[in-house]
Design a protein around this ligand. Structure first.
Ligand SMILES: [Zn+2]
Length: 258
């Protein structure tokens, strides 16, 4: 075998396109320590690496190497022709395979991005479930406390009526001077931007803040009211206030008991 043949095989060896007798012969030749083939091999691999960076292209179809080698067998009966074909074919294969490597990395990066997005979405779903669970727990506690309130003979039911712009609204307070109570509100119009509804317990002439109403989309609210220090409430009222709430009422009354 002339050395020109080995030069040709070096290109194929660099892209892993050699097999059978060619592979055995070329590896045996390398084992003998041919500096020229070592150099060739290094140059082919460097070309390959450069191409991988410079030429991102489509993934070659599977079996590209087999098809390539079959084509070489069919079209090149003579050694010199075969050598030309191999150089051409291996050069093409090198670009294709290097591009495949690059594309593979690209696909892997994309895949990781998708995995990252899925992980974030999963975390978001988990958060939503935890929030819903917290809301359900609050409601359950409210109902349990409501039952306890209703069992107590000292508990009274106080009606609130809508006033002014909230004339269609209605409220009801389950109240027990010793343990506090619960307020239920219906048909309250949504508060304007920057505003919110605040509940007050009024003893004599002194209003005491009893929390911001957490209205749902239907204008309903159901929430606990803490017991007052003096154990006495004469009037329950709701006013329209700045969003964060205020220590003493400043806005118009929208709901009030008699
Ligand atoms: Zn050699």
């Amino acid at each position: 075998m002339s050395h020109e043949t080995f030069e040709t095989l070096a290109a194929g060896y660099a892209v892993g396109a050699l097999d059978g007798e060619d592979l055995v012969q070329f590896e045996a030749h390398l084992a003998e320590g041919c500096a020229r083939c070592e150099t060739d091999l290094r140059e082919w691999r460097e070309t390959l690496a450069r191409t991988a960076v410079a030429e991102p292209r489509a993934i070659p179809p599977p079996g590209v190497k087999d098809a390539l080698l079959r084509r070489i067998e069919q079209t090149s009966p003579r050694v010199t022709d075969r050598g030309r074909w191999l150089r051409w074919a291996v050069g093409t294969a090198a670009v294709a395979l290097a591009a495949a490597g690059f594309t593979g990395m690209y696909v892997a990066a994309r895949y990781e991005a998708v995995l990252g997005r899925m992980a974030r979405e999963t975390a978001a779903v988990k958060q939503r479930v935890e929030r819903s669970e917290a809301v359900l727990r609050e409601q359950l506690a409210l109902y349990r406390d409501g039952v306890a309130l209703l069992r107590d003979p000292a508990t009274r039911v106080v009606e609130m009526r809508g006033v002014g712009t909230a004339a269609g609204a209605a409220g009801r307070v389950l109240w027990n001077d010793k343990i506090g109570g619960q307020v239920f509100v219906a048909s309250l119009p949504a508060a304007p931007p920057g505003k919110a509804y605040e509940l007050w317990t009024i003893s004599g002439r002194t209003p005491r803040a009893a929390g911001m109403l957490a209205l749902d989309a239907a204008g309903q609210a159901a929430q606990p009211i803490a017991a007052t220090p003096d154990g006495r409430v004469d009037v329950f009222a709701v006013t329209l206030e700045p969003e964060g709430g205020v220590p003493a009422p400043t806005g118009p009354i929208v709901l009030a008991s008699k």
